[in-house]
Design a protein around this ligand. Structure first.
Ligand code: SF4
Length: 248
């Protein structure tokens, strides 16, 4: 589902199957766990939209551990959008060297040039729809910047979040299928807590759970904070009592 459009009938029906109490319970468990178990990452200590954007672009297709060093060095060389816009493209690419997927660096410079040309001081927009109009910003990145920088009630679904939501609420959906992605975007929006501050934690926690506990390789259900409201864990419990194992 695009964050900008009204939900389709099948999305509304899908979301309605998850009772509001279950949605609230899921989000509360997730946020409590994040408060005590999350990693201290540099982009979680800031609300600077430019810094959040850089971290989100770097984290696409790249492991957190690898990004941390690049992130600090890049921001030392380019502390603001204005610095990126004023630099020759080759200098921006040089600073990205070793991180791969160089289209991200080219898009960042194109974005910086556009935003700087639109007004001084250069400011990223707060709304996901406006962010999506910028070079290289897709629905996930737009949601991440809106939520993590501006504390907007914006959903975000990347592969980690999609996997967590599918396992918890809809394990029968086909992984990575376009319909699954659409339905889970709609659900992600319905799961958001009321306030922007709580949404910040909720979204960070969803991503953290997908990275640390409910991973692509293995679902660590035995230490998962949302086990009590997870359909996959419940089904696994039934299967293991019946002598069958395995997670989707
Ligand atoms: S209980 Fe297991 S399958 Fe469910 S979200 Fe947690 S780790 Fe994933």
């Amino acid at each position: 589902m695009s964050p900008a459009r009204a939900p389709r009938p099948d999305e509304r029906r899908f979301v309605a199957r998850v009772a509001p109490e279950r949605r609230r319970d899921f989000s509360r468990r997730l946020r409590r766990w994040f408060d005590r178990a999350s990693r201290d990452l540099p982009w979680r200590r800031t609300r600077d939209p430019y810094r959040i954007l850089v971290s989100e672009l770097m984290l696409q297709q790249t492991q957190v551990d690898r990004v941390v060093g690049f992130y600090e060095r890049f921001l030392d060389r380019f502390p603001s959008l204005e610095h990126v816009a004023a630099a020759p493209p080759t200098r921006v690419l040089e600073a990205w060297d070793g991180l791969g997927y160089y289209a991200r660096a080219r898009n960042l410079r194109a974005l910086a040039v556009q935003v700087v040309a639109e007004g001084s001081p250069a400011r990223l927009p707060e709304e996901p729809e406006a962010l999506r109009a910028l070079p290289g910003v897709g629905p996930y990145t737009a949601g991440a910047v809106a939520s993590f920088a501006f504390e907007r009630r914006a959903p975000l679904v990347d592969t980690n979040v999609e996997r967590v939501l599918r396992r918890v609420f809809a394990p029968r959906l086909v992984p990575k299928a376009p319909r699954t992605h659409r339905l889970l975007w709609a659900l992600a929006e319905a799961l958001l807590p009321r306030t922007g501050r709580a949404t910040w934690t909720h979204n960070q926690a969803l991503m953290e759970l997908g990275a640390l506990v409910c991973t692509a390789r293995v679902a660590h259900c035995e230490r998962c904070p949302v086990r009590a409201c997870c359909d996959t864990a419940r089904a696994q419990g039934k299967r293991s009592r019946a002598g069958v194992a395995g997670a989707g």
